[in-house]
Design a protein around this ligand. Structure first.
Ligand code: ADP
Ligand code: MG
Length: 228
């Protein structure tokens, strides 16, 4: 066992079949150690979201091996993948995907209730998570009454529900101005450095590269050897 948080070996992913088949990953190795803050960067269409989705137990690889914290998920069935996703993965998307009619606290409490928390526990834990991301005074705000950066903080708090060891973020700063983009990235970095989460951020936002422990480049479905 490698002790890695994320261990992807020689993974391929082909979408579709026959004449319309498209191979988005062509033999990818990608290893992330516990507590690392890694950025995955590359042009549009290079396979970043595909790779993140495989790590996040949303998609399965066509061939190759994938392990999360020593658990081989390459051959996991749908139910096992769903369980793995619930216990191991927190996702932050480019668009925050918050429910417009629910307050910040309710957005997170709802998810916690789905995870088995009682209503009271869910509200208390939601408040605690929002406090951790600096939004203690915004619990009752609807998404439309938050700034873009604050909404993305709510999305990060939501990803932290259940304290999954691995946090994955797909272009979390794409819709943010420079200042908010940096603040959100600093928060994600702190989750790795202060709380011990393993964090992988897909981005082509060069304003935030300097905050990464390591930047891995992907192009045309293949990891590029680091030139630096
Ligand atoms: P990125 O996130 O780097 O922009 P993606 O992983 O989303 O790249 O996509 C990689 C390639 O796979 C692209 O050429 C894209 O068109 C293709 N692709 C992604 N999802 C699908 C799908 N569900 N069906 C067919 N092709 C897809
Ligand atoms: Mg993408």
């Amino acid at each position: 066992m490698s002790g890695a948080a994320v261990d992807v070996r020689n993974v391929t992913k082909t979408y579709g079949s026959g004449a319309t088949a498209y191979t988005a990953l062509r033999g990818v190795d990608f290893v992330v150690h516990p507590g690392e803050f890694v950025m995955l960067s590359g042009p549009s269409g290079s396979g970043k979201t595909t790779l993140l989705s495989i790590i996040g137990c949303v998609l399965t690889a066509s061939t190759g091996a994938v392990s999360l914290l020593g658990n081989d998920i390459s051959k996991a069935k749908d139910g096992e993948l769903a369980a793995m996703r619930l216990s191991h993965i927190g996702f932050v998307f480019q668009a925050h995907n918050l429910i417009a009619s629910l307050s910040a606290q309710e957005n997170i409490a709802m998810l916690l209730e789905l995870r088995g928390y009682s209503k009271t526990e869910a509200r208390r834990e939601a408040a605690s998570l929002l406090t951790q991301v600096g939004l203690a005074d915004k619990l009752d705000n609807l998404p439309r009454d938050l700034s873009g950066g604050q909404r993305q903080r709510v999305a990060i708090a939501r990803a932290l529900a259940g304290s999954p060891p691995i946090i994955l973020a797909d272009e979390p700063t794409a819709a943010l101005d420079a200042q908010n983009g940096l603040a959100v990235t600093e928060l994600l970095r702190a989750l790795a450095k202060e709380k011990g989460h393993t964090v992988v951020v897909v981005t082509h936002d060069n304003r935030i590269f300097h905050l990464a422990d390591r930047i891995v480049r992907i192009e045309d479905g293949l990891i590029q050897e680091n030139p630096t």
